[in-house]
Design a binder for this molecule. Structure first.
Ligand code: ZN
Length: 365
């Protein structure tokens, strides 16, 4: 022990959202957190400030850009950008790349994968998804559940070009069978849904989470709350809806108008869901059209929507980690933490400038 390097983290260690969960200090020994001062510590490095567990970006894509799969060196840059922004646990919401090699790198964020997106034929962004028909849904869910880390990602709705509007992708029976199979394999299921119409079927079919969820209406919110179905609003991505709507105006006016309505009520939707007890988590949707490293901007958006700052922090910190089954700042947990120069509970904009990022016990940034 005496020659082991020790990191001493002091200031305000926010191990939870409540005042009685705040500690004055912790130590990192062998890459893990301890609240007991190590005896005879050798080389001690000290960092000081307000400490949060490594932030969660619960909707992120590593290995993906606007055109599809990217080479490993680009995936590495994406992961490093998220890391330096303090996002140390990513739920990858679908990627065509095999990023399993990242798991062997202790300097890169931890990733919980959902395999590759599963979409209906010609009903999603090109080169992203397995594009299939309902009779093949169970087989693909089985495969992606085995490839991923406990999640499967469906595209629940998308523009139907014949209809000229957003429309559900899967018949109710196909979704039911697929979700049941995922659960049997120990995987949770989430779905991309912009509009209203796919939500009831998916929730009643037992889905665990909805991405974007802009179509959540007052009549559906109690159903989500009762069943504990989480939403990841990705508000910084929803901010692109007016631009998309303008681009599609001429060819698909109905779709454009629909996207604008969803955009205009986005803050009300998120606040109403939160107020009704629907679990809301932070996700940026980085990796498709959006840049990586924007976790702080999404937390700020949740606050703009009307979620109290400490709860918006919980949605990327303590609550998000617990939802994904990963520890926070507990005794013995891997030392993945972020240190700030001011109290993020007082102003979440503090998250935009981490003072130190510690991953697996090492100061990496
Ligand atoms: Zn996404």
């Amino acid at each position: 022990m005496s020659d082991q390097a020790v990191l001493h983290v002091k200031g305000r260690v926010l191990a939870g959202p409540r005042d009685d969960q705040v500690h004055d200090e912790l130590w990192v020994v062998g890459g893990r957190i301890t609240y007991d001062r190590p005896a005879g510590a050798g080389d001690v490095t000290t960092v000081e400030g307000w400490v949060l567990p490594g932030l969660v970006d619960a909707h992120c894509h590593v290995g993906l850009d606007a055109h599809g799969a990217v080479p490993d060196d680009v995936s590495e840059k994406q992961a490093l950008t998220d890391r330096d922004a303090g996002a140390l646990l990513l739920r990858d919401a679908g990627s065509p790349s095999d990023t399993r090699w990242i798991d062997d790198r202790d300097d890169l964020p931890k990733i919980i994968r959902a395999g590759r997106h599963i979409a209906r034929t010609r009903r999603y962004i090109r080169n992203y998804a397995h594009e299939i028909e309902p009779e093949d849904l169970v087989a693909h869910v089985t495969r992606e559940a085995r490839r991923g880390d406990g999640w499967v990602k469906l595209v629940g709705d998308w523009i139907d070009r014949g209809l000229g509007d957003l429309a559900p992708c899967w018949p109710r029976e196909a979704a039911e069978a697929a979700i049941a199979e995922a659960h049997r394999l120990g995987a949770r299921v989430t779905a991309h849904c912009f509009a209203e119409d796919s939500l009831r079927d998916l929730v009643e079919a037992g889905i665990d989470c909805i991405e974007h969820a802009t179509g959540l209406t007052e009549d559906l919110i109690p159903l989500f709350a009762e069943r504990g179905v989480a939403i990841v609003p990705t508000l910084i991505n929803i901010a692109t809806f007016p631009g998309l709507a303008a681009g599609g105006e001429e060819k698909y006016p109905r779709w454009s108008a629909h996207m604008r309505r969803l955009y205009e009520r986005r803050y009300d939707t998120v606040r109403a869901a939160h107020d009704a007890g629907v679990p809301v988590y932070v996700g940026t949707d980085a990796g498709g059209g959006l840049a990586h490293g924007l976790v702080a901007a999404e937390v700020a958006e949740l606050v703009t929507a009307g979620i109290p700052p400490v709860e918006a922090l919980a949605a990327t910190a303590w609550a998000a980690r617990s939802w994904l089954g990963r520890p926070g700042l507990e005794e013995g947990a891997p030392a993945d933490l972020v240190v700030y120069e001011a109290d993020p509970r007082a102003d979440v904009r503090v998250l935009a400038a981490p003072h130190r990022v510690v991953l697996n016990g090492r100061v990496v940034s």
